[in-house]
Design a protein around this ligand. Structure first.
Ligand SMILES: [Zn+2]
Length: 427
């Protein structure tokens, strides 16, 4: 009796220490049956992953009431969503998240690369997060300390905290370029002719939160006025920001909350300033999951002025990726291929620079393949299949260094159009 009382008391203390949103959102699991899948689709539930025949879903209190009303039997169980056990090489052998990088480990590994390759690599702090973590860029070029005005390509990762794989792909690309510069003439040619900028972790505060507290966290860690936390950094950029409530939310509790104004967050300001400060010719922003390669616009189903170029180049990149492991990456306009998004990185970057700006949603293709929770052993094959497209985009940019801004001649009213398609699994 006494033991039970102590246990309840301890649980009450733990619950009171958790931020409001964590108390509100639960992760539950249900058996993977057609009745459960039908209900999940009908209620628009946020499916996280299928593990051992059970579907894991993040639910709000109102979701949970609806599930209970349907008489579905669920379990509250987050054990299987804990970080993977450490099992890999020297870089990560002491990591709390195995082969994935924490922010500190990323800083350490980037610093080690800079020390090994001082002629080719330079770390640049492009800004600081709300909690004052440095947002780190690795510049790879033949003379990284100098601004040589070479064609520049940008690779971004981890706008969304839980999408851990999106840190690793850009990081591994930087390491690959540096380690192969001496032996691979093609790598040398690209690195000599271009500036390759890699920002593996745009959202270090959110990422840290996924490591220490809540694996499923998506946004940054802004303390909102209503007591909730987080702004969705990939809804906080300035092109058509907040133009409707389909592509982002005005509700601070929502996972796609767009913030109080465009660029209200230091993390998006850092990316904005980086892009405006140089002549980038192309970029990729990595996310997960879905196996998609998408291009602007995301806020509307109407095409950009350069949609033929964006589509043709995107198809080439997707084809290169599929050729490696046979895994299909669907290529399409963001607003039609996935769901409407306003205030996303690539819409703004394309609007102000005219550069081909892609979002790549890394594997798996759906929640049945593990959703946001890629295994450690998935990292290498996913990098291998992305590598040819990354190299090809650098090569393309060297040949096409001067993009034409979509909005040249001043801002113009953006066209308004949207489809009724709106998913609820936000990636
Ligand atoms: Zn994402």
């Amino acid at each position: 009796m006494r033991r039970a009382f102590l246990l309840i008391f301890a649980l009450a203390i733990i619950a009171s220490l958790l931020p409001a949103q964590i108390r509100d959102t639960k992760i539950i699991s249900l058996p993977q049956t057609s009745a459960v899948l039908d209900a999940a689709a009908r209620l628009g539930l946020d499916l996280l992953a299928e593990i051992d025949g059970r579907i894991f879903i993040a639910v709000s209190p109102s979701d949970l009431r609806k599930i209970e009303k349907l008489g579905l039997f669920y379990l509250c169980d987050t054990r299987t969503l804990a970080p993977p056990a450490s099992s890999t090489g020297p870089e990560s052998s002491t990591s709390p998240i195995g082969a994935y990088h924490t922010h500190q480990e990323l800083e350490d590994d980037l610093t080690a690369l800079q020390s090994r390759f001082p002629e080719l690599a330079k770390i640049i702090v492009v800004g600081f997060s709300l909690e004052n973590r440095p947002i780190l860029a690795l510049k790879v070029s033949d003379n990284p300390g100098a601004d040589e005005g070479e064609p520049a390509v940008l690779f971004l990762g981890c706008h969304h905290a839980r999408e851990w794989i999106s840190v690793e792909i850009p990081f591994l690309f930087g390491r690959y370029l540096l380690e192969n510069y001496g032996s691979d003439p093609e790598v040398r040619r690209l690195v000599d002719a271009a500036e390759i900028w890699i920002v593996p972790m745009v959202n270090p505060d959110g990422h840290d939160y996924t490591v220490r507290v809540y694996r499923y966290w998506r946004k940054n860690r802004r303390a909102n006025d209503d007591g909730t936390f987080g702004v969705d950094l990939n809804r906080n950029y300035g092109q058509a920001w907040g133009c409707d409530d389909f592509g982002s939310s005005p509700d601070p509790a929502a996972d796609v909350y767009r913030g109080t104004t465009a660029f209200s967050e230091p993390e998006t300001q850092a990316v904005r300033n980086l892009i405006l400060g140089r002549n980038f010719g192309s970029m990729i922003s990595y996310h997960s999951y879905s196996q998609l390669l998408t291009y602007p616009w995301g806020y509307t189903t109407l095409p950009t002025r350069q949609s033929a170029l964006l589509h043709d180049l995107g198809l080439q990149l997707a084809g290169l990726m599929t050729a490696v492991n046979g895994r299909e990456y669907f290529c399409g306009q963001s607003g039609t291929a996935l769901y409407l998004t306003n205030g996303d990185t690539t819409d703004w970057a394309y609007a102000v620079t005219g550069m081909p700006a892609y979002t790549i949603e890394l594997p798996p293709v759906d929640y049945l393949g593990g959703g946001f929770f890629n295994r450690e052993e998935d990292i290498a094959p996913i990098f291998q299949e992305n590598l040819p497209a990354m190299l090809a985009l650098v090569d393309w940019t060297i040949a096409h260094p001067n993009p034409v801004p979509e909005l040249s001649g001043g801002s113009r009213p953006f066209p308004r159009a949207w489809s009724s398609a709106s998913g609820t699994i936000k990636k």
